[in-house]
Design a protein. Structure first.
Length: 71
């Protein structure tokens, strides 16, 4: 990864890994995200991604929640 502080790829990776049952690995990416942006939460992220279709958001946020992102 060229820029490990750029959040969106880390978010997708964490959500995907968690949905695949690799929660421990997913949690490491959530920790990295929170280190870079301590106030990040699902509610803050949703406010940035209001354009995202509700069904897509529900699936994405479920993965992030499983990975350990705070609500």
């Amino acid at each position: 990864m060229q820029n490990p502080r750029f959040g969106p790829p880390l978010q997708v990776l964490a959500a995907s890994l968690a949905k695949l049952g690799k929660r421990e690995k997913a949690a490491t990416f959530i920790q990295q995200l929170l280190k870079n942006e301590p106030q990040l939460s699902l509610s803050r992220l949703r406010s940035r991604l209001m354009f995202m279709d509700r069904r897509v958001w529900d699936n994405f946020s479920e993965g992030l929640r499983l990975a350990g992102m705070p609500d």
